[in-house]
Design a protein around this ligand. Structure first.
Ligand SMILES: [Zn+2]
Length: 463
């Protein structure tokens, strides 16, 4: 197949694959600024750094868009076995966990299959529910997110939630448990696989294990920022292609792969497009604040820009893209664009897979709910049992390769320039009823019923 974009492709590829800029930026974000978790000093330093890079790369309209949210500060925590022995177990609290002092018996629900919560509903009342971090519990075709395992514990009347990493050697895994703009009503702590196994052995031997959680975390109002910059279109500047990644990591980690590898890949795409491309439509680069505790930056953006979302031709989400072992394009149920992206793939002489599914675990979801056409650089060809070292203290710079960053940046830049130049764009945004239909398709009955129960619990209709 001939490639109508060959001269630009060659400039972009030649530049990206002969530059170390992406890795240099990753080292600044992670080594100099730390986790960039919401409410840390490094978060603001990162936002300012990204804005400065946008300017250096020639983007226009560079600015920070502030938004307020209910943040969380980690305090001290003690997790103790009180019966049948006395022993302290190392743990971390999960973001949005409240300050608490509560003692209860532990019930182990394995991988946290939704059916297990219903089958044991009465037994869970007033107990600590312990589940592990496996993404696809046995027999499940869909991803059962930590938030769902926590939510089902909450709905069952549990007194607390103990999250066990299912990988050995990685320590405890983190992840937010707040929702509906509120903190979690019951405490959630996270322990290593080794300690989770120990607690289970103890329960098996002695019949029951009682534990106590004492924590001092704080909820407080905070401000974060989305970082925006444009490469204005030369012909239809009002139409825009959006590309972005969140820049906040979890506070226990450098968040190098998730999300900083995505941030620097987007920056690298900005650098080369700013240098070589004159595109007919505007490319907007957006780095989202506080994704990790509830997609808060992207949610704030779709609210603040509600009247111009129709101008977005496509949003490409790059969360963690540079660190992914496999780099595919997942279109979030936009079958009408399958052929277009197959054409792009042939032109680009690449072999990525093109998926047609969606999930709610990153910033594209804020846009998907509003009908915007979205996709992401995701690992379509790979099903993993979990996040690996992601969301642990070991998500560090050394795990990310320059090759991975270059591949993600080049793929993103080449996709974006094609969408910007595409004369025959075959998709139109979904209206409210089409979004509704998508969310309520038969395969989603269980998750929608769960979400309805959560909305009722939190007494709010807006999700
Ligand atoms: Zn992420």
């Amino acid at each position: 197949m001939t490639n109508p974009h060959l001269p630009l492709d060659q400039k972009i590829l030649g530049d990206i694959y002969s530059s170390r800029e992406a890795m240099d930026n990753l080292e600044v974000l992670c080594d100099d600024f730390g986790s960039r978790f919401g409410g840390t000093e490094g978060e603001k330093l990162a936002a300012d750094f990204i804005a400065a890079k946008y300017k250096e790369y020639g983007l226009k309209n560079v600015h920070l868009e502030p938004f307020e949210y209910l943040g969380w500060r980690r305090g001290e925590v003690i997790l103790e076995i009180t019966e049948p022995i006395q022993k302290e177990i190392p743990c971390i609290t999960l973001p949005h966990s409240p300050a608490s002092q509560v003692e209860a018996e532990v019930i182990f629900l394995g991988e946290g299959h939704p059916d297990d919560f219903d089958a044991n509903a009465e037994a869970l009342q007033g107990k600590f529910v312990m589940v592990n971090s496996v993404l696809y519990p046995k027999g499940m075709k869909r991803w059962v997110h930590r938030q769902e395992k926590f939510g089902r514990s909450l709905l069952a009347g549990a007194a607390g939630f103990i999250f066990v990493n299912h990988y050995p050697g990685y320590g405890p895994a983190t992840g937010g448990i707040g929702s509906h703009g509120m903190g979690a009503p019951i405490p959630g702590v996270s322990v290593s696989k080794e300690n989770g196994d120990f607690i289970q052995r103890l329960a098996k031997k002695h019949g029951a294990v009682k534990m106590r959680i004492t924590s001092t975390d704080k909820l407080e109002k905070m401000t974060s920022w989305n970082v925006i910059g444009d490469l204005p279109g030369t012909e239809s500047p009002d139409e825009m292609i959006l590309i972005g990644s969140h820049y906040d990591g979890h506070d226990i980690s450098q968040g190098a792969s998730d999300p900083a590898s995505g941030v620097v890949s987007v920056l690298e795409a900005a650098r080369v497009l700013g240098k070589y491309a004159q595109l007919p439509r505007t490319i907007r680069f957006a780095m989202w604040g506080v994704e990790e505790i509830g997609l808060l930056g992207s949610s704030a953006y779709v609210k603040a820009h509600a009247d111009e979302l129709h101008k977005i031709r496509f949003y490409l989400n790059m969360d963690a893209a540079g660190g992914m072992a496999v780099k595919d394009i997942n279109l979030h149920a936009w079958q009408e664009l399958q052929g277009t992206f197959e054409k792009y793939r042939d032109e680009m002489a690449l072999d990525f897979a093109i998926g047609q599914s969606f999930h709610s675990a990153s910033d594209h979801y804020s846009f998907l709910l509003k009908g915007v056409i979205t996709g992401g650089v995701e690992a379509v060809r790979q099903t993993r049992s979990g996040r690996g070292y992601g969301h642990t203290q070991f998500d560090t710079v050394d795990k990310v390769t320059l090759r991975g960053l270059r591949d993600a940046a080049a793929l993103a830049a080449r996709i974006v320039l094609r969408v910007a130049r595409e004369e025959n764009w075959l998709a139109t945004p979904r209206d409210e009823s089409a979004v509704d239909e998508l969310l309520n398709q038969p395969s989603r009955t269980e998750i929608m019923a769960f979400q309805a129960r959560m909305e009722e619990y939190f007494g709010k209709k807006e999700f």
